[in-house]
Design a protein around this ligand. Structure first.
Ligand SMILES: [Zn+2]
Length: 306
């Protein structure tokens, strides 16, 4: 009797667990190009740390995944969702940066034989922050982070690398980093589709973090604009066009930098510079109240150190 009860309890719990597992649905962006749109809130048990976008390109010679997700289990879910679209194997995974949700799913994809590629500065960032990221995720996600290990890219590129697979041309481009030092983009010139990684945030306020550089970020954004993408899969938020990316990311970075540079040049103190900055044009974006103060003070400190 006790065994039966234990069995029922265990079976019931695992069914419950599965019912609550993250489920990803690919959004078609162009023929054979798909995005996964993650939650725009903070990392949580419900979103399994996948509060960011990723995606994939299907070719006749295999699939290229853009960003491996936040955990082993999320990577496995990405793979399940890909297999619902194609039987082609995942050949290559690109990490567009060193944030946890861009690369901590690498271990799963490596286990199914994929090669992992990233821009060179992303590796140093992963090595510096990987243990801390995993610690943070384990605390937030508990069991949901099980099996996740920091697995580094197999291959690095410097400025650019072009993947040619099954007639598709997939360009990996590194500009100057920004949100993180290793931020790169994936550009599909034929389709006019850009996977911007963390260089573009829409719908939610971007975060200038201790390892970010607003100056580098805006410089990267300016180069990226010149590609003239028709469609952008941003790092965070819904699929958008360049105008939207400018409104939610480029314009905001420009506001922060211009205001704080002037303040530092005039010898205005940090608190006064923060108080006199009007960010209200961006209050429509999610996480505004949470991030606006930190963004202002970090960009001030960055301008002061230049
Ligand atoms: Zn991100």
């Amino acid at each position: 009797m006790r065994i039966v009860l234990l069995f029922l309890l265990q079976f019931g719990l695992s069914a419950w667990g599965n019912a609550w597992a993250l489920s990803l649905s690919p959004v078609p962006v162009a023929p054979n190009v798909y995005a996964f749109i993650g939650d725009t809130g903070m990392r949580s048990v419900e979103n399994e740390g996948m509060n960011a976008n990723s995606g994939f390109v299907v070719t006749d010679e295999g699939v290229v995944v853009i960003d491996s997700g936040s955990t082993w289990q999320v990577a496995k879910e990405i793979h399940r969702a890909i297999r619902a679209v194609t039987r082609q194997p995942v050949k290559i995974v690109v990490n567009t940066g060193g944030q946890d949700h861009r690369w901590l799913g690498n271990g799963y994809f490596k286990s199914i034989g994929a090669e992992i590629i990233a821009a060179r500065p992303a590796l140093a960032d992963m090595q510096a922050r990987g243990a801390m990221q995993l610690d943070g995720l384990s605390q937030t996600l508990g069991e949901k982070a099980a099996g996740t290990q920091p697995v580094y890219p197999d291959r690095l590129f410097d400025q650019s690398e072009t993947l040619r697979l099954g007639g598709q041309e997939i360009q990996l481009l590194y500009f100057h980093g920004g949100h993180t030092p290793g931020d790169s983009v994936v550009w599909l010139p034929k389709q006019g589709v850009l996977f911007s990684g963390d260089l573009v945030f829409v719908d939610r306020l971007l975060g200038v973090l201790p390892f970010s550089s607003a100056t580098d970020w805006l410089a990267s954004f300016n180069v990226m604009e010149k590609l003239g993408p028709k469609t952008i899969v941003p790092g965070h938020g819904q699929v958008c066009d360049l105008d939207r990316a400018r409104r939610d990311t480029g314009d905001y970075l420009r506001l922060l930098i211009t205001h704080m540079k002037q303040a530092v040049d005039k010898g205005i103190a940090l608190q006064e510079a923060i108080d006199s900055l009007d960010q209200s044009a961006f209050s429509r974006l999610a996480n505004f109240d949470l991030l606006k103060g930190g963004n202002a003070s970090r960009v001030y400190l960055e301008m002061e150190s230049q």
